[in-house]
Design a protein around this ligand. Structure first.
Ligand code: NAX
Length: 327
């Protein structure tokens, strides 16, 4: 009998988790033979805790064969206890009139507490993936609390941006999304990110050659990917949820499965590609063993790409400066 993977998930009564949790329990994240235990964290507010009970009831009602147990709690030390994966989805949304600096600081406090609790009680092999925004800076704050777990275990998600970009290129070229490869997201999960089309291929040929429209790539494609989240809110009245949950499945699956495929993941910068060492920037990575990855080196950057990376790196460095007393 395979031992279950303990998956701690925060923000478990929120909209992303409503799409995410059934898919984890169905085996889409860790495989169809891998049992899981879900350890679900919500804020200590009655309405949130009640909603969490409702989420657990629905999971029960799915009778998932792989789901061995569900733990619902408002205590981070219960949620993260012995967890092999911690998926930090919950965070405080930006309220009306709230400055980005206030958002960074308010959320920073959450990620200090969660980072400390993870370091104290999670499994020795624990991996952490942050979705809650601003995810690059939240993950840096959580990782800064860790004394036992190495910083490399802490990642944040730009997979949604990678998936969005691949579909935009496929639709422009009029081909299936499976034809698009090697689209790398560099930088912050924010509108400054750089979806680097210069190495992307469509049907094995350079994307720029297939699309043959430099102005579209630079002036339409890049902002469309960067502002897609806002476009979803404008259309749906709510932020991306199903696609974010899907991207987190892809993110964790990619890190859990060794392969030569290159994925875009926010990791602690080692200074590669012009990022300031120590910020969490999205870069190309390759998974070498389950949960272990290396930053892919040697991707050549033309002058345009270097300029785009400098913009998003400035933002990341500025965010780090704003929360420096939390690190
Ligand atoms: P919701 O507001 O629907 O749910 C968030 C849930 O988190 C709420 O139920 C809230 O009570 C809970 N929560 C807040 N603080 C918590 C804490 N300290 N511990 C445990 N739970 C806590 O938001 P949802 O649409 O699910 O989005 C969640 C986060 O994902 C947001 O920060 C959002 O900005 C971020 N996103 C990140 C994306 C990415 O690509 N990295 C894309 C999608 C999404 O925008």
């Amino acid at each position: 009998m395979t031992a279950p993977i303990r998956v701690a998930v925060t923000g478990a009564a929120g909209q992303i988790c409503y799409s995410l949790l059934p898919r984890i329990a169905a085996g889409e994240m860790f495989g169809k033979d891998q049992p899981v235990i879900l350890q679900l964290l919500e804020i200590p507010v009655e309405k949130a805790q009640q909603a969490l009970v409702g989420v657990a009831m629905e999971l029960d009602d799915c009778a998932f064969p792989l789901l061995q147990d569900i733990i619902c709690t408002d205590d981070p030390k219960v949620a993260f206890k012995d967890a092999n994966w911690c998926l930090l989805v919950g965070s405080k949304p930006r309220g009306p009139g709230m400055e980005r600096a206030d958002l960074l600081k308010d959320n920073g406090k959450i990620f200090i507490g969660q980072g400390q609790a993870i370091d104290e009680v999670a499994a020795d092999d624990c991996r952490v993936a942050v979705v809650g925004n601003p995810c690059n800076t939240n993950v840096m704050i959580a990782a800064a609390q860790a004394k036992r777990l190495p910083a490399e275990r802490f990642t944040a998600m730009t997979r949604l941006d990678q998936n969005r970009g691949c579909t935009q290129l496929a639709q422009k070229a009029g081909v299936a999304v499976t034809e698009v490869e090697n689209l790398i997201i560099f930088g912050n999960h924010s509108p400054t990110m750089y979806p680097d089309f210069t190495h992307a291929t469509i049907g094995g040929k350079p994307a720029a050659e297939v699309i043959n429209d430099d102005a579209w790539l630079k002036e339409t494609f890049i902002p469309t990917v960067g502002k897609r989240g806002a476009a979803i809110i404008a259309a749906r009245g709510l932020s991306s949820a199903g696609s974010a949950a899907n991207a987190l499945i892809d993110h964790v699956k990619a890190l859990h499965t060794p392969s030569d495929t290159v994925h875009s993941i926010c990791v602690k910068s080692d200074g590669s590609y012009g990022f300031t060492a120590g910020v969490w920037a999205s870069v190309p990575v390759r998974t070498t063993a389950p949960g272990t990855y290396e930053i892919v080196q040697g991707v050549e950057l033309d002058e345009f790409s270097q300029g785009q990376i400098a913009i998003t790196n400035d933002e990341l460095t500025g965010e780090r400066e704003t929360v420096k007393d939390m690190l």
